[in-house]
Design a protein around this ligand. Structure first.
Ligand SMILES: [Zn+2]
Length: 291
């Protein structure tokens, strides 16, 4: 895959907002709107692609399948595959899978890779999908991703899902811990490239340790307003792990404009800034720069 000229950034973390994706949220849509204080409006893939093209950015488009635990049908991965085919200069498609579906999840990953050339799997959300990534029952899934060269993205830290409701929607915060749940997967599959999504508060220090320790793990800075990033995250992103930190907005939770404006104010070296915004993602996905 080639990247467009003068690429400014790759937003590694966006959630499509077409009708199908909003419908698939069920009651979570209203809960998330309340928690984040923003109404979800329908945005077509065409409109999302246009907005990113305008900014000279690419964007990863994510999906999630939590049918086993929520009873809700996920939006079909074909929608993301087709969006990537229609806008190859903008979109990087990830497939959503339900780890509890076992072999069917493995088959879906293979199908999406074959039919659409997806680049990754995720965002998996251990809290919302009620699973622990280091449970050996799920290892065939990670093994398949490693074999196919797909990047796997796990949500880390505080989950927006269920936040502010009685019992937090029944989700356990524990599932969001990077160590040992993501760390064990990274240890078992050296060829598997993993993105630990979000700074991971209140376990951001675990994320930093894991990314520093295991070179197959990347950290995305999405879902957290840059001006509120814990100082350790900013310091490590500028130094020890600057080759493995990625820009992500978590749109529509945060707008790209706000993220970029606040990121510009952080005390980072220009070299780190460029790595975080584009170069690390270019390398992670093996994208080619056009002359
Ligand atoms: Zn997330």
């Amino acid at each position: 895959m080639a990247i467009p000229r003068d690429l400014v950034a790759i937003d590694i973390h966006t959630h499509p907002q077409t009708e199908e994706f909003l419908d698939a949220m069920g009651a979570r849509r209203a809960q998330m709107e309340k928690h984040f204080g923003r109404k979800r409006e329908v945005v077509s893939f065409q409109a999302q692609a246009d907005a990113y093209r305008e900014r000279r950015m690419m964007a990863a488009i994510l999906n999630s399948d939590a049918e086993t635990t929520s009873g809700l049908r996920a939006a079909p991965n074909d929608l993301l595959g087709r969006a990537q085919a229609e806008h190859p200069d903008v979109f990087l498609a990830f497939a959503g899978i339900d780890p509890w579906k076992g072999q069917a999840a493995v088959n879906e990953i293979r199908r999406c890779k074959e039919e659409y050339g997806i680049v990754g799997v995720g965002e998996l959300n251990p809290a919302r999908q009620k699973f622990l990534p280091n449970d050996r029952r799920f290892f065939p899934i990670w093994d398949t991703c490693a074999e196919l060269g797909l990047v796997v993205m796990f949500h880390s830290g505080f989950p927006g899902a269920g936040a502010g409701t009685p019992a937090g929607g029944g989700y356990s915060l524990e599932h969001g811990r990077p160590v040992p749940y993501i760390d064990d997967v990274a240890a078992a599959f050296p060829e598997l490239r993993i993105i630990s999504a979000h700074p991971g508060w209140p376990w951001h220090l675990e994320n930093l340790a894991m990314v520093w320790h295991k070179s197959n793990v990347y950290l995305d800075l999405s879902g957290w307003a840059p001006k509120y990033l814990p100082p350790e995250v900013v310091r490590y992103a500028d130094t020890l792990i600057s080759d493995r930190v990625l820009f992500g907005s978590d749109w529509p939770v945060l707008t790209v404009e706000r993220w970029m404006a606040e990121f510009a104010e952080l005390p980072l070296k220009d070299t780190s800034r460029r790595k975080i915004l584009r170069d690390n993602a270019i390398r992670l996905f093996g994208l080619e720069e056009t002359a």
